[in-house]
Design a protein around this ligand. Sequence first.
Ligand code: DUC
Ligand code: ZN
Ligand code: ZN
Ligand code: ZN
Length: 503
Amino acid sequence: MDFDLIVKNGIIVTASEVLPEGLEIGVKDGKISCIGISLPSSASTKIVDAEGAYITPGGVDSHVHLAQKNAPTGDGWETGSRSAVAGGTTTIIAFASQQREDTSLYPVLKDYHAKAKNQSYCDYGFHFILTNPTQNILDQELPVLAKEEGITSVKLYMTYEAMKLNDREILHILFTCKALGMTTMIHAESHDMISLIIEGLERNKHTEPYFHAVARPRIAEDEASYRAISLAELADAPMLIVHMSSEVAVQHVRDAQTRLLPIHAETCPHYLFLLSEKIKGEPHDHFSGAKHVCSPPLRHDPKDLEGLWQSIANGTFTTFSSDHAPSKYDAVGGKRLGLMDGIPRFSKIPNGLPGVETRMPLLFSQTPACLPVEKARLSLPRFVQLTATNPAKLYGLDGMKGSIAPGYDADLVVWHSAGRGARTITQNLLHHDIDYTPFEGIHVGNWPRYTIIRGNIVWDQGEGVVGEMQYGQYLKRGRGQVLTGKTGGVARGMLEGERKYWL
Ligand code: DUC
Ligand code: ZN
Ligand code: ZN
Ligand code: ZN
């Protein structure tokens, strides 16, 4: 075999183990063709010497917002995907977002394809955001779009006036997605609790950014998460609750998993590294707290943060995504969103943070690769599960993405060898088109030295982004796998076979 690329002298980490040192990865035509010892090379074989460093699968970031219609100062495809590869992510799944007035998903998809095509440094797919689930969309369009366009997941919102669905609509979608083998993602926060609190805060003129956290108390996430799980249980359908920030809500997920329900959970870097004191901003500039406004909000109780870390380690979380959903702090012309004639209005600050580039290094920094074993928050295989293998399986990319094994795309991260590669995160090192990072000043013990997509180096830390903007390919995804629990169970309080009376 004449390999195009051999990556040698590394320590390969998979979702189940850390392989012995010295194994080599042989790549042909963009795919991993074998893993072995002393692979033969020819004059045309490119050699990457990992110098004893860990090699992990390229990151699969399954929750990224780019060029979304409702985010006018957000990140675009060129800069967002550039930022992804510079941080070790090789695949992103972004959102094609239906607006309420859209009665067909075809024009929506066309629009989002046009924004991404030839604009992405990394491979990519789309989830649909459904805000108007008409019967025609559910019965006619989704089956065709799943089969022909490979869009096998949807995201639903329980909050936001412009996006929220009611429980009955959510149930309809769950039934449809289950039948089609699609994954339903859900943003779980109680709209009624939040909108009532916002009205009261505004009436009392409590409108600084910090009140965003007051307006979205943890109980709003806890209640909605439990309700979402109940809907999935009634429908006997798999579900993933996105961007979880509450230890109590995650406990609901863990209880559901213990009962073998197919309920998955996702969390994000900001909930593991930041607390709500950040939203207070600088002492002399409270509005700068706007840089940390996301939903669900950062929590004030360190117990939430600790509880989430436990759920990272103990397997409750299936995926760890960036939820890269940023807006520029100083929007065009120095006009700050959410500051109206000098008066802050937290409810007008766009919700979401940048993080596609920092996701992998932040989590890697908490593994035994960067910390003494007793201080590490998670194992190296668990890092691989959360950042690559699980999202690839859950969203129908298994066999292609997310694993280092023969037949898979040669998407790899080569880290720096032990003791090298540490850095402090600062805005000027990043590649997004956003004017700040919420992780400013956080120290990480390592950073990707090379990011490789389909056998080509796209990020070389010595030289910068060396890939090309047209390189990223659209990924038609297959049916997602259920990674926790199973369908076919009897909902609590129902009798075996009872669903057939009403389905
Ligand atoms: N939901 C997201 O998924 N991202 C940003 C904000 C939000 O509400
Ligand atoms: Zn959301
Ligand atoms: Zn006040
Ligand atoms: Zn999001």
